[in-house]
Design a protein around this ligand. Structure first.
Ligand code: SF4
Ligand code: SF4
Length: 131
């Protein structure tokens, strides 16, 4: 007796639009406010470590800025927050606690991969090289 009641649902499912997309061949739309990959702008960061202290996932390591980059005078210890995206839970606590508004936020979400995935290279794009 259940079969006639199922029939409309089966027909609707066969003829309707699929509920899923063929990711990664088809990209998923995300909200502009989606919390995606973020990194520190090292021209603004003072190396205060507050974001690393506040991170609930222990995903931020304060790391030395390599000598071949010019660090701002406001960052005398020459350290910056390196985010391990594999540990990050994208709560954006680091973004909200930073007293210098140093974080650049994006809605980029494609971060899966076999290699270590950190904010290092993105943060280095914000600095000039020593000539
Ligand atoms: S978004 Fe949250 S979990 Fe990720 S680095 Fe910032 S504070 Fe840590
Ligand atoms: S809280 Fe802001 S200024 Fe302090 S280390 Fe983190 S990004 Fe840099």
């Amino acid at each position: 007796m259940a079969r006639p009641r199922l029939l409309p649902a089966i027909v609707k499912s066969l003829l309707g639009r699929p509920s899923t997309v063929q990711y990664p061949y088809v990209k998923t739309d995300v909200e502009a406010s989606y919390r995606g990959r973020h990194y520190a702008d090292l021209k603004k960061c003072t190396g205060c470590s507050l974001c690393a202290i506040e991170c609930p996932a222990d995903a931020i390591t304060m790391t030395q800025i390599p000598a071949h980059f010019e660090a701002p005078k406001s960052n005398p210890r020459r350290v910056y927050p390196k985010i391990d995206y594999g540990r990050c839970v994208f709560c954006y606590r680091c973004v909200t606690v930073c007293p210098f508004d140093a974080y650049v936020t994006t809605n980029f979400y494609e971060m899966a991969g076999p290699r270590e995935n950190t904010s290092e290279q993105l943060s280095f794009t914000t600095l000039e090289k020593v000539v």
